[in-house]
Structure formats: C-alpha cells, structure tokens
Design a protein around this ligand. Structure first.
Ligand SMILES: C[S@@+](CC[C@H](N)C(=O)[O-])C[C@H]1O[C@@H](n2cnc3c(N)ncnc32)[C@H](O)[C@@H]1O
Length: 255
C-alpha cells in the first residue's frame, strides 16, 4: 500500500519499464552498503528490491539475503540478476518472514513509496533486537543546478512542488512510538561516467515520467535532451561526469 499522498499507480510504475530501469538507473555505492549493514551479519532483507541494484551488493556482504519486491515484472529481473538471493513477492508492510529473524532490513530509493506507519511496525517485527533498519536514497546530485535542470525537465511542467514534497521524505520518517533508536545519517558522494544518451535514459526512469501519456513523454524527453545538450554539447558518445549522491539513514531495533 502506498502512503496516503502517493497514488499506487506511481508506486508500482517502475515495472512498466523494468528493462530500462535495470539498464540505466545506477544503484547505490558499496560504501553506503558498508555503512548501513554492519559486518558479519547472517540475514539481510532488501525491501522494495526492484531489479536488484542493492541486492547484488548485499549478497557479497551477508550470508543470506531475502529480496522482497511487490512488482512481478521487477522481481523477474531481480531473480535473473541476483541468483544468490531468495526473491519473495511482498510489500514492506507485509513480509512473509518469521518474527525476529533478520539482522538487517534495508531498502534503496523505496521508503517514500511505503506506508511508513505500517512498514515500521512490520520491519520491527522481522528484525531481531539490535538489528538495523537501513535506508538509502541514491541518485544524481540534484544540489548541482545543471543536474537539477536535467531531472526537472523529465517532470510534467508545474510539478516542481510535488518534487519538493517527495524530497523532504528522504528519511526514515518513522512514527514517534516505533521501537527504534535515534537515527544516524551519512552522505556518500561519487562520480558516474555517462554519455548524453545514457543520461537522457536515466532521467526517464522516474515515476513522474513513466506515468505520462506517450505525447507528454515525447515532449519531456526532448526537454531532457535539450537540458543535457545545454550542459554537454560535445560528441554524442563522449563520456562526462555525473555527480552522484547517496543519502544513508539507519536506526537500530530497540531491545
Ligand atoms: C525506485 S524503485 C527502487 C528499486 C531498488 N531498490 C533500487 O534501488 O533500484 C522502488 C521500488 O519499490 C517498489 N515498491 C513500491 N511500493 C512498495 C511497497 N509498498 N513495499 C515495497 N516495495 C514497494 C517498486 O515496485 C519498486 O521496485
């Protein structure tokens, strides 16, 4: 179930472009995973796992990984991409897992799509006491004006307010009585080599673009292309640097 101010169609829009999402949307950096998942853990649950951008890093860090994803089109690629994870079809609000079983429950670029009240209760149930809820929001660094211009161009015009509303939810947003310690935060910055076309495709992997009509998509894609060209007018295949930023959030299940 999506939070009250988000349409379920948007929360589950990514499956419509699952292959493009998987190809063009960069995952979080390994440094962020190291920060949210302490070493020597047995079981981590990746919620809203999508096509496995975070899951594939977790399988190298944790003995057993359960990857939960409610959209079957995303889950099919997840199973293909990360055969070492156990894939389950589930929302974060209702996980088919035993109580107190997980050392860590983690999610990347997904907590703003869940009902945080219900998901917090469910995650607290699945975590063992002392286990960690770790959340990441990873993507192009919108604090850089040219990057903001490119990503804003993919949105329906006049939707900047909605975008601002979504950004402020980039934290755990747990209910006051949820059984978690005071959260800690951390930011990781890095650079991603892109070409003009890969950056255009990346900008078109966000839900506000995915749910547009075909006509609107054509207009928005052109606006994104123009914004990219304004920054990088070199050859079509020239690589340039996209600044990236990952906001990390973690809190421990109280004992
Ligand atoms: C932006 S994608 C992030 C996917 C992946 N974690 C990543 O970093 O690429 C958001 C994912 O959350 C999933 N999702 C939507 N509503 C959800 C819910 N209530 N519980 C769990 N996942 C949900 C979507 O299907 C989608 O795969």
């Amino acid at each position: 179930m999506a939070p009250p101010d988000v349409s379920p169609a948007r929360a589950l829009s990514f499956g419509a472009i699952a292959e493009d999402y998987d190809r063009f949307r960069p995952g979080p950096p390994v440094e962020a995973v190291r920060w949210i998942v302490p070493p020597h853990r047995h079981l981590a649950v990746d919620i809203g796992a999508g096509t496995g951008a975070l899951t594939r890093l977790l399988v190298d860090a944790v003995e057993r990984v359960v990857a939960a994803e409610p959209d079957l089109r995303m889950a099919a690629l997840l199973a293909r991409n990360v055969p070492g994870a156990d894939v389950v079809s589930a929302r974060a609000e209702e996980l088919p897992l035993d109580t107190g079983i997980a050392d860590a429950v983690v999610g990347a670029s997904m907590w703003h799509w869940v009902d945080p009240e219900r998901a917090a209760v469910e995650v607290a149930r699945v975590l063992r006491p002392g286990g960690v809820l770790g959340l990441l929001w990873s993507g192009p660094d919108r604090t850089q004006p040219w990057v903001a211009d490119v990503l804003t161009a993919a949105r329906p015009q006049g939707n900047a307010d909605a975008a601002r509303g979504r950004r402020h939810r980039h934290d755990g947003g747990l209910p006051a009585d949820a059984p978690f310690s005071e959260p800690e935060t951390h930011t990781v910055e890095w650079s991603l080599p892109v070409t003009r076309s890969s950056l255009v495709e990346l900008a078109c992997t966000y839900s506000e673009f995915i749910i547009l009509s075909e006509n609107e998509k054509t207009a928005r894609r052109q606006a994104v292309t123009d914004a990219v060209l304004a920054h990088q007018a070199g050859g079509a295949d020239d690589e340039f640097v996209l600044p990236m930023r990952c906001q990390c959030w973690r809190a421990q299940r109280r004992t």
